[in-house]
Design a protein around this ligand. Structure first.
Ligand code: SAH
Length: 220
């Protein structure tokens, strides 16, 4: 890949990216590690060229198959929550989509495992991460409701599609003290929930209202 493609020109230039970072700060994102990674991650490479001019707007964008690349603010917010109170080392993501959230995580944690149910999206995501030389992301085609039992336990789990209820099977793949962040609810409005695994079961904390695509059972 050429330097120009990575750095971006015009609407994907560093100045455009810096504007996005300023906006995220205004919206309350404060973790410098997260802001720095988002500043340096070429989001325009995670979508079709036709859409790339909008890559640094703070908005979700279509990536085909009725799916979207998440809004940068949501990526930043969920990632900064995930890094608290300690940076997790092994993270499971459900819903690889474009691969953007996985690319952000890959620059902050040791190993990322990401499950996607749509093969075409998965292979595109895999290619992008290789281009960016982020070799610590492991992809798998499958139903995210099953998690990735062979690799469990995880220090953290992030869902980027919304189930109606907290999936118990995923809670069981959390290490003791591990945390899962996910949107929960039906329809277009959900709540962000942080689940912490404890000795006696798990605790839930409800945060902001969000809007994610629904989590769908089974492989495509
Ligand atoms: N993290 C992605 C967001 C993609 S949108 C990004 O940064 O671009 C959510 C993704 O979840 C979609 O690609 C959708 O296909 C996937 N998905 C929905 N239900 C799923 C399931 N049960 N298992 C795995 N992936 C699922």
């Amino acid at each position: 890949m050429s330097g120009n493609q990575l750095q971006g020109i015009g609407m994907t230039s560093q100045r455009t990216r810096d504007r996005l970072i300023n906006r995220l700060i205004e919206e309350g994102v404060s973790d410098q590690r997260v802001l720095e990674v988002i500043r340096n991650t070429p989001r325009h490479l995670f979508m079709d060229e036709a859409m790339a001019s909008r890559a640094y707007e703070d908005t979700a964008l279509p990536i085909g198959h009725g799916q979207t690349i998440s809004q940068p603010y949501i990526v930043a917010r969920m990632t900064e929550i995930l890094l608290q109170p300690v940076v997790p080392s092994k993270v499971l993501e459900i819903g690889s989509g474009s691969g953007y959230q996985a690319a952000v995580l890959a620059q902050l944690v040791d190993q990322v495992y990401s499950v996607e149910r749509i093969n075409h999206l998965l292979s595109q995501a895999r290619q992008r991460l290789q281009q960016l030389k982020l070799f610590n992301v492991h992809f798998r085609l499958g139903d995210g409701y099953q998690g990735w039992p062979k690799q469990a336990p995880f220090d953290a789990i992030i869902l980027t599609a919304a189930p109606e209820h907290v999936p118990k099977q995923l809670v069981q793949q959390l290490a003791m003290g591990g945390r899962m962040i996910l949107p929960v609810g039906s329809g277009l409005q959900q709540r962000l929930v942080v689940v912490t695994r404890t000795d006696s079961g798990y605790e839930e904390e409800y945060l902001d209202e969000v809007s994610f695509v629904p989590m769908i059972k089974g492989q495509d």
